[in-house]
Design a protein around this ligand. Structure first.
Ligand code: SF4
Length: 467
């Protein structure tokens, strides 16, 4: 991993000074922002940073786009048809902009980091005021100042990305939140665009992460998720702190009851990480370990750098050491060249791994990736049929496995309350299984002990018990 480059304090100070000037200029006037965020948790977290900067300037959150003075699309290029959807949603704003020329429209995120896409958008929608890439996020107040002066902004730099510490964050949750520990990815899976738009891996210093977690504990947060494209290749402080060591340091912060992390790459799942998960009681007994395929041939074509056997050996080692571990995964069907035999290997792998949930996708080519140019693209109808078969297999596995939880007890961090019939509180066990149990809104954000008494669809039904 290359050494991280941190945004120079002077550059952050310039952005901060712009934020203060904008705040002065607002002079208490009401301005509202609306952020539409696409894609993964990393992008959601970037949106929280943009919201943090806007709140520092004095903007408040709008209920809807119609109420907003600034509409910001934080785009993602990973999912299928993402471009079509974003372009459609931006086009739909023309009427609102015509009716209110003072409305500012901004588009950012990893889709905009693709220069040909941002150039196309900038040209096609002259009413869009600001287009900027992921490397420009920390400069947002400066870009906004420029747009408020009436100048259109197009800011995309090629740099592989610096780390900007100390940006304000308007967190959407009050008791559970994300902490980014690293950015970018070095893995170049042949189907994935992320390394091209998010740059090479770079890790934050462990002391900055621990300090952020400490402040979150002080603010009353109970659960944190350490985020990165590949968290188990975290390599902080000039290589002195690896991911298990970071987990130990974060675990030392008092007040945080649950530590989660995602996403993990199977090739980097070290014995040290398994030991740390087993030894640290506040690290949750759940891991999201994307397998993508059960066929060695397809895994090699995907450049995943592990085999079916080594993956299953990791699963066995995890289950052997971490009590009650639950495993979730991502699977792609219909990768170029995937035969019926390869797909059968995927079906047997999901069976053997015993996942508690799988996020399943049909392969779709992404421009700029190696796999998009591979021969033997699988026909759409075959992909659809395989996806259906995989989902049916997963549903059968869940139906078979879920009753094993009945009679067990555990702690639920209550996320919300469903008031439709009898008020039912809901939240997750440490192993990431969702539980519903009779309870009211007053429990939101608290840890409640429950006993599992039944199963409904993919969730568990519980009843509250005394500690
Ligand atoms: S590990 Fe592979 S799939 Fe995940 S972000 Fe990196 S290149 Fe993409």
């Amino acid at each position: 991993m290359r050494e991280p480059v941190f945004v120079a304090p002077g550059e952050l100070a310039l952005a901060r000074a712009a934020a203060l000037r904008l705040k002065d200029a607002l002079n208490g006037a009401v301005r509202r922002y609306y952020i539409e965020s696409y894609g993964c948790q990393m992008n959601d977290h970037d949106s929280e940073k943009l919201a943090g900067m806007l709140r520092e300037i004095g903007y408040t959150q709008a209920e809807s786009k119609a109420d907003a003075d600034l509409i910001l699309f934080n785009t993602c290029c990973v999912r299928e048809h993402a471009e079509k959807r974003v372009f459609g949603n931006i086009g739909a704003l023309k009427k609102q902009k015509d009716a209110n020329p003072a409305l500012l429209i901004a588009v950012c995120g990893c889709m905009m980091q693709q220069k040909e896409v941002s150039a196309k958008l900038y040209k096609r929608f002259p009413f869009v005021d600001m287009v900027f890439g992921t490397n420009e996020l920390h400069k947002f107040p400066l870009l906004l100042e420029e747009a408020l002066r009436g100048n259109r902004v197009l800011a995309i730099t090629d740099s592989e990305g610096e780390i900007a510490e100390g940006l304000p964050i308007a967190r959407s949750g009050a008791f559970s939140t994300n902490v980014t520990i690293m950015y970018g990815c070095n893995n170049y899976c042949t189907y994935c665009i992320v390394p091209y738009v998010r740059g090479r891996e770079r890790s934050r210093n462990s002391s900055s992460i621990v300090e952020e977690v400490r402040l979150l504990a002080e603010a009353g947060y109970k659960e944190i998720t350490l985020l990165g494209q590949n968290v188990n290749s975290y390599c902080g402080d000039g290589g002195a702190v690896d991911f298990p060591a970071l987990l130990r340091r974060v675990h030392g912060v008092e007040g945080i009851e649950r530590i989660r992390f995602m996403t993990s790459h199977p090739k980097d799942l070290s014995p040290g990480l398994i030991e740390a998960m087993a030894a640290l009681p506040r690290v949750c007994n759940h891991i999201h370990l994307p397998v993508q395929s059960g066929s060695d041939r397809v895994l090699a074509a995907m450049n995943r750098k592990y085999t079916r056997a080594s993956y299953l050996a990791c699963v066995q080692a995890l289950r052997g050491k971490v009590p009650g571990l639950e495993l979730t995964t991502d699977v792609i069907v219909g990768f170029p060249g995937e035969t019926e035999e390869d797909f059968a290997d995927t079906l047997t792998l999901v069976e053997q791994a015993g996942y508690s949930a799988a996020y399943t996708f049909m392969y779709s080519p992404r421009a700029g990736t190696q796999a998009a140019t591979l021969p033997d693209q699988v026909p759409e109808d075959v992909k659809k049929q395989r996806l259906q078969r995989l989902n049916t297999a997963m549903a059968a596995i869940l139906q078979r496995n879920n009753p094993k939880y009945v009679g067990q007890s555990g702690e639920v961090l209550v996320e919300g309350c469903d008031m439709r019939t009898t008020p039912m509180a809901y939240g997750k066990l440490t192993n990431f299984k969702m539980v519903y149990f009779p309870g009211g809104e007053e429990w939101i954000g608290t840890l409640q002990r429950v006993k599992i008494i039944g199963v409904q669809n993919n969730s568990l039904i519980g009843e509250r018990i005394d500690r």
